[in-house]
Write a protein that binds this ligand. Structure first.
Ligand code: RAT
Ligand code: ZN
Length: 418
């Protein structure tokens, strides 16, 4: 008879395995070195993260135009003063910046922003990239690549990605969310559309997508969508989806990622910090998954209220993979709740988290914080199993954690796991 494993030792093993298993971060806004200034890093970027800007403009309101006119160092000073010095930095985004500094070996006790800045000023970016990947235990990240952005486009046209830690994702928000503005932008890219979205326009857009898929070899096509997203839809979004995006993803054999539930520009003056949340219509996913069984859909929903029905939907459709606790859900209490719910309803067929990091250094805190929650939730599940006599072995735990931190995504995408 096998010796029963004590629940404390299960917890220790799970904690160790979750902490040490390398992560594939399947959605970030990070860029490799060759993207120059698009790669954000360092203390002033950390302090001016848009999650913190939304928080500072609550406690120290200032006309947004004045705030933006200050320039980044002054904005960072403002955030430090109001969110870190004049009240304790207990929000998740504030705590995150401190987790980063602590992990880098900086003493945050003296609350000395000048000393922290001096530390960052002495860093070499290439070496720092290695440090951040190592400290966060991330082996690769998927970027968010926008060919409609002229700065980014020029970099892709100049050559392909050579840093294997950075994989591409083809993001097509402007195309699906703002067709009225697209014709001149598409023509600038050599895509001859009239704007009427007739057969010729649709064929031209399809060619453009194929061309960019070939150029950047994305892991998936992606879009963020409002809570009002509907399908079928006789408007431009529905036609482009049906005629261009879904066939392009299908033929390239890559998933289509839908991030649904963001209402852009609820308070436009706040710029990147301006967006809100709304509950999506889950029946849209029923229809899409059923009508397009040969497409694979990666889905994350922004509203907490959508999470249970999303799990139930994923039980019905193997071509739907749920991923991440997105944006306003990326907080320990909600990650805990959502991860438990997902594991209970879907077992190990989910990707519980992505970082959404916009600043390189954030990989450290986003993954430290998420790993802590994942380890706790998973350990509870193994302890429950052990109570039935089903003792998880070390190898089984390692296998499962490897799946949750990347393997499930790789299999869903149809690629073999490195
Ligand atoms: O989480 C964020 O940083 C948001 O601003 C968005 O970028 C969101 O994650 C998105 O991909 O649209
Ligand atoms: Zn994002």
């Amino acid at each position: 008879m096998r010796q029963p494993v004590k629940s404390e030792s299960i917890r220790e093993i799970v904690e160790h395995v979750v902490q040490t298993t390398p992560v594939l971060d399947m959605h970030t806004h990070l860029y490799s070195r060759r993207f120059g200034g698009l790669l954000l890093w360092g203390i002033d970027e950390l302090l001016t993260y848009h999650y913190l800007i939304a928080e500072v403009l609550r406690v120290a309101p200032m006309a947004p135009d004045r705030f933006w006119a200050m320039g980044q160092p002054a904005q960072a000073d403002y955030v430090w003063k109001h969110l870190f010095l004049e009240r304790s930095p207990i929000s998740e985004a504030c705590r995150g910046a401190l987790t980063v500094l602590h992990a880098l070996g900086l003493d945050v006790g003296p609350r000395d922003l000048g000393a922290i800045r001096r530390h960052f000023a002495g860093l070499d970016v290439d070496a720092y990239l290695d440090t951040v990947f190592e400290l966060s235990g991330v082996h690769s990240v998927v970027m968010t690549n926008d060919p409609f952005d002229p700065t980014e486009r020029a970099i892709w046209l100049a050559g392909e990605e050579t840093d294997p830690r950075f994989q591409a994702a083809l993001r097509i928000d402007p195309l699906l969310n703002d067709w009225a503005q697209m014709p001149p932008r598409l023509r600038e890219m050599g895509c001859a559309v009239s704007g009427d979205l007739g057969a010729a326009d649709l064929a031209a857009v399809r060619r453009l997508l194929d061309e960019w898929i070939e150029r950047i070899e994305p892991r998936y096509l992606a879009v963020s969508l409002p809570p009002t997203f509907a399908f079928p839809d006789p408007g431009p979004r529905g036609r482009l989806l049906k005629q261009c995006v879904l066939p392009a993803a299908r033929e390239a054999n890559i998933p289509f990622a839908m991030m649904i539930g963001v209402t852009r520009g609820v308070n436009p003056g706040h710029r990147l910090a301006a967006d809100g949340v709304g509950k999506a219509d889950i029946t849209v996913l029923h229809r899409l998954c059923a009508a397009y069984p040969d497409n694979r859909f990666l889905v994350t929903l922004l509203s907490r209220e959508n999470q249970h029905e999303l799990c139930v939907t994923a039980r019905k459709f193997p071509n739907l993979l749920i991923f991440g606790c997105w944006w306003f859900l990326n907080n320990p209490s909600l990650i805990d709740e959502m991860t438990r719910q997902r594991l209970e309803l879907l077992g190990l067929s989910v990707m519980p988290q992505h970082s959404d990091a916009r600043v390189l250094d954030q990989l450290i805190y986003k993954w430290r914080h998420s790993r802590a929650v994942l380890a706790r939730v998973l350990a509870d599940k193994y302890v429950d199993l052990a109570a039935t006599g089903w003792q998880p072995t070390d190898a089984e735990i390692r296998r499962d954690v490897g799946d949750l931190l990347g393997g499930v995504f790789e299999r869903f995408c149809g690629r073999s796991i490195a």
